[in-house]
Design a protein. Structure first.
Length: 268
């Protein structure tokens, strides 16, 4: 399939009600319908991390979606009905007796084209006590475009994004629940991943409060130069922007960092 060059992306920057999957799905669907009814319809919708339950970690055995069936069916149906790709943020998913933080990706026909479980678990929130880590990175194809995934804390590990870039990924999707006071870290890390890998970084963060945590939104679309294409504020919003994939090759050819790597010298 021929790769499209220009894409409009809409980030669904939403609050998340702790432990209330049905309410969260209804809230997101309203915002998604608003996004696809815009005068300039998006090609891709992106949702935040753990949108079905929030970080109700102690209750995941009761709340997590078994094999993601309900969430996957809903996302697939919406994608097919509206002819839009969906990067489904991530959900609390139960597989057998284990829980995972998992992203599902769907094409315009509602077909599932990608699945990724968060690899790096955030010990400061005791994720490792309730969730199993993913075992591998993922690359998926959208109309000829190679894309990859990272979830929240994953962006502190540059090896993941670099590995994806070396395999031809041009666009990295990052759903998150990233709280105050680390706004500076959020913006800096995302821009660094874009600049060093000469790729677009598309990051959708939640808003609102949960327990002691306040989430600041600031969902971002960042181009391969590290320039911000679009950025949300702290309130619920649909944050949209247009990306031009031809810019990736322009940047990579103008500063050929991948060609100038010296991997044999990096080992001690």
């Amino acid at each position: 399939m021929k790769q499209a060059m220009s894409w409009r992306i809409a980030l669904i920057q939403s609050d998340i009600a702790l432990g209330k999957p049905e309410l969260n799905r209804e809230r997101l669907e309203q915002a998604m319908k608003l996004a696809v009814s815009a005068a300039e319809k998006p090609d891709i919708l992106v949702l935040p991390e753990m949108w079905n339950t929030g970080y109700a970690l102690a209750e995941l055995e009761q709340l997590a979606d078994p094999d993601g069936q309900e969430s996957r069916a809903w996302l697939s149906a919406f994608a097919r009905r509206h002819g839009v790709h969906i990067v489904g943020g991530s959900i609390a998913e139960r597989r057998s007796e284990h829980m995972y933080n998992t992203m599902y990706v769907f094409d315009r026909l509602g077909g599932e084209i990608g699945r990724y479980s968060k690899i790096h678990l955030f010990c400061l929130m005791e994720e490792e006590k309730h969730l199993q880590p993913g075992k591998q990175s993922v690359i998926f194809e959208m109309d000829g475009m190679l894309a990859g995934a990272a979830i929240c804390y994953d962006i502190r590990f540059p090896e993941l994004a670099r590995t994806l870039a070396l395999k031809g990924v041009k666009l990295l999707f990052v759903p998150a629940e990233w709280p105050h006071p680390r706004l500076h870290h959020w913006r800096t890390l995302l821009m660094a991943r874009a600049i060093e890998n000469q790729m677009y970084v598309i990051a959708c963060n939640r808003t609102g409060s949960s327990g002691k945590d306040d989430f600041f939104g600031h969902s971002l679309i960042i181009d391969p130069w590290g320039q911000i294409v679009a950025e949300g504020g702290e309130d619920e919003a649909v944050v949209s922007g247009v990306i031009d994939l031809s810019l990736v090759e322009q940047v990579r050819s103008s500063i050929p960092v991948f060609n100038d790597r010296c991997p044999a010298t990096y080992e001690l």
